[in-house]
Design a protein around this ligand. Structure first.
Ligand code: AVJ
Length: 338
């Protein structure tokens, strides 16, 4: 095994950490001061936002979660076979860790599971559930953004690391940002690191648009909840009845774009700032990029990863990729015990 690269360490945030109000305030004021106006999608996930996203994953129109879950269920044993004994599973943006259970049920000799998420409540709920189902599994949650440096407890530091990044959350980033994030994950997971990543696939616009404009209006509530959070945490004056959810597919860039559109000319104030909105003016809240398998494998190679395996469903709606470090020592695979 190649020697482990010392990983940059950063002070671990205590469980219960929430983003500093000023960090949130700065991002919101910057976004609403820019033209066109924007709000970062990472702030969707307060407690209510995480609940609404869970509800989205059960919607008939929102195919990604159930399709990825079926792919993982069908291939978890194969994926687990390729994981060295005593590894740690590091999940970026773990949320409820529901999909992860499919892997954990097959990866019985993990040293630990390290879920990383911005939502304290999501981590706490997942830890409690996993402790019940896998009493022998060491669960070490980290509250933070998956772009942050990871602080591994010293006992886990030298262990082989398997990254897990499901749900096509990579789609929230532009391809350039995604390349950078993947390269950063390579650094965080070490020279023998592997990465299991879920990527939503390009398909007909009708299916895509429906997945982000569900008939029940849950995605609209998820999008508008961001304004509720800003009103609550930053004492803003958004009138939610005067903003409308919009989600469109942009075929040129291969992405779904989500917006909050102003129903009329209006002003919103927060923390001493006043922002004017024209009628129909939009706030961009999220991109969700879609890829072909080839496009994503090319991006992964550019980020220093070697595509090893890819699994899709029979309708090619979604894909799960297994990536290895392109300079990784893969000889351990040929040992009979694996
Ligand atoms: C969690 C980012 C993968 O983009 O499909 C779901 C979030 N936004 N419905 C996605 C989301 C609207 C979701 N990701």
């Amino acid at each position: 095994m190649a020697s482990e690269r010392a990983l940059a360490l950063k002070t671990e945030k205590p469980l219960g950490w929430v983003p500093a109000a000023n960090e949130f305030a700065e991002a919101v004021i910057d976004g609403l001061s820019s033209s066109p106006k924007t709000l970062p999608c990472r702030y969707f996930y307060d407690a209510r936002g995480s609940e609404l996203f869970e509800a989205i994953t059960d919607l008939p129109e929102y195919y990604p979660t159930r399709t990825e879950t079926a792919i993982l269920a069908a291939n978890a044993a194969d994926i687990a076979d390729r994981v060295p004994e005593g590894s740690i599973l590091v999940e970026f943006g773990s949320g409820s860790s529901r999909k992860t259970e499919l892997l954990l049920a097959e990866m019985l000799d993990l040293a630990a599971y390290v879920p990383i998420d911005v939502s304290y409540s999501a981590l706490a709920g997942a830890k409690q559930r996993l402790n019940g189902r896998f009493p022998a599994l060491h669960v070490h949650p980290i509250v933070g953004n998956f772009t942050d440096e990871i602080v591994y407890p010293s006992a886990l530091q030298p262990r082989p690391k398997i990254g897990f990044f499901p749900g096509s959350t990579i789609g929230n980033l532009t391809p350039a940002e995604a390349r950078e994030l993947l390269a950063g994950m390579g650094h965080k997971l070490g020279p023998d690191g592997r990465l299991i990543i879920g990527v939503d696939l390009k398909k007909d616009a009708h299916t895509l648009v429906a997945a982000y404009n569900d008939a029940a209006g849950v995605t609209a509530a998820f999008n508008l909840n961001l304004l509720t959070r800003i009103n609550r945490e930053l004492s803003a004056t958004f009138d939610l009845t005067q903003f409308r959810h919009e989600a469109v597919y942009n075929p040129r860039d291969g992405r779904i774009e989500m917006y909050l559109a102003s129903e009329r000319a209006q002003q919103v104030s927060l923390l001493g700032h006043t922002f004017a909105f024209a009628k129909a003016e939009r706030i961009h809240t999220e991109n969700s990029y879609k890829y072909t398998v080839d496009e994503f494998q090319t991006l992964a190679r550019e980020a220093g990863w070697q595509p090893e395996e890819v699994w899709t469903d029979k309708d090619s709606l979604f894909s799960v990729h297994e990536l290895a470090q392109s300079d990784a020592d893969l000889s351990f695979r040929s040992r009979p015990s694996y």
